[in-house]
Design a protein around this ligand. Structure first.
Ligand SMILES: *Cc1c(COP(=O)(O)O)cnc(C)c1O
Length: 372
């Protein structure tokens, strides 16, 4: 048997991530690798931090990219901020809220769960009641953009509630960053993590992360050591902010960081507000096309994510065979339903570079033809 180079086809990625990547980002990825302690690389890292602060709308000094996918950013927040016995209020309205609960347990915390139906946003009123009822809650964890259902929760209102009760927030912004408004400082959010491969349209494998001064204080005043060595952010800090005395923690994913730098530069050049508006405009266009084809959305209009459109599969249609047909005949990937929505819904992503008219036209045409 001979093994040849792997040459993937050009797919159009309209699932829940990874999303389509701009040629500019792919070019950045293939530039020469340099040492991760090279002064030029360190200069690039400093710019990358500035660009991340812009994307998150924060002045937090601790703003970095974890060298691993969004799930590692999630785990970094929970392992660093929770000490054994800490009570954590977890909002669960989809797959990722449940993962947050699991993270609380594994970090030795005590989860208190507020459930909402799949497809609904987190109910702010229920969270308020839970915070009133349990006085010793230390943290509030919620998913801003629930990718498993396409529902957007009110991070601003939840952040304000947390402030009022003096609890820290852990916010999953994996799918929201770059796609819908997210204002870390204005909304007073404490630990916010994201992913490179959703609305930032970069390669998978990096997790932008920002901690407020209060979150850093909580980490620094821990009574017990953080159980994970790799994700211990107090160790990582020496690498990202050593100011002239950077030290080795782990080998940075050099080329992936070039790609993230380029992806964030694209976002800066477009302007965050313009990127948010483009996602809304493209969502409107996709929505009107889907409605003409008779599709119904899973999430009510007021709470819909523009970058993730969950629609019900028509009665009597074998959803997996349609997705296979889209992939084989149109090189088009859309997402299947997850959890409660498995077999019942499709998830159409309009993320970052993928939120474009050409993609919408292809998707509508491919769905219409395949369903006939
Ligand atoms: C994709 C996603 C994650 C996990 O990110 P990975 O990069 O796949 O590890 C976490 N939370 C949400 C809301 C996501 O959409």
């Amino acid at each position: 048997m001979t093994i040849d180079s792997f040459l993937p086809p050009h797919r159009t990625l309209m699932g829940p991530g990874p999303s389509d990547i701009s040629p500019r980002v792919l070019q950045a990825l293939s530039r020469p690798t340099i040492g991760h302690l090279d002064p030029l690389f360190i200069g690039m890292m400093d710019e990358l931090k500035q660009l991340l602060k812009y994307a998150f709308q924060t002045e937090n000094a601790f703003t970095i990219a974890v060298s691993a996918p969004g799930s590692a950013g999630m785990e970094a927040c929970f392992t660093n901020l929770i000490e054994p016995g800490d009570k954590v209020l977890v909002c669960r309205n989809g797959v990722f809220g449940e993962r947050m609960r699991e993270n609380v347990v594994r970090a030795g915390g005590v989860p208190v769960v507020v459930d909402d139906p799949w497809g609904a946003p987190v109910c702010v009123e229920k969270v308020a009641q839970a915070l009133e009822a349990e006085s010793d809650i230390k943290l509030l964890a919620f998913v801003h953009a629930e990718t498993s259902t396409g529902a957007l929760s009110d991070a601003k209102a939840l952040g304000a509630l947390a402030q009022k009760h003096d609890v820290l927030t852990i916010v999953d912004a994996v799918t929201s960053l770059g796609g819908v408004p997210l204002k870390v400082d204005e909304w007073q959010l404490d630990a916010v993590y994201s992913g490179s491969q959703k609305c930032l349209s970069c390669v998978p494998g990096l997790s932008p992360l920002t901690f407020s001064a209060k979150a850093v204080e909580k980490i620094q005043s821990r009574q017990t050591p953080i159980r994970s060595w790799f994700l211990d952010q107090s160790l990582v800090l020496g690498y990202w902010s050593g100011e002239g005395k950077r030290s080795y923690h782990h080998t940075a994913p050099v080329n992936s960081l070039y790609a993230l730098h380029e992806a964030l530069l694209l976002l800066k050049q477009e302007g965050l507000e313009n990127a948010w508006q483009r996602h809304r405009d493209m969502h409107e266009e996709l929505k009107s096309g889907l409605e003409k084809l008779g599709f119904r959305f899973v999430v009510e209009e007021a709470h819909r994510l523009p970058q993730l459109n969950a629609i019900y599969v028509p009665e009597g249609v074998d959803e997996a065979s349609i997705r296979r047909q889209l992939l084989e005949q149109y090189n088009l990937e859309i997402g299947a339903g997850l959890g409660d929505l498995a077999g019942k819904a499709w998830r159409i992503g309009l993320m970052g570079y993928g939120a474009r008219k050409e993609n919408i036209a292809l998707c509508l045409q491919a769905l219409q033809t395949s369903l006939l």
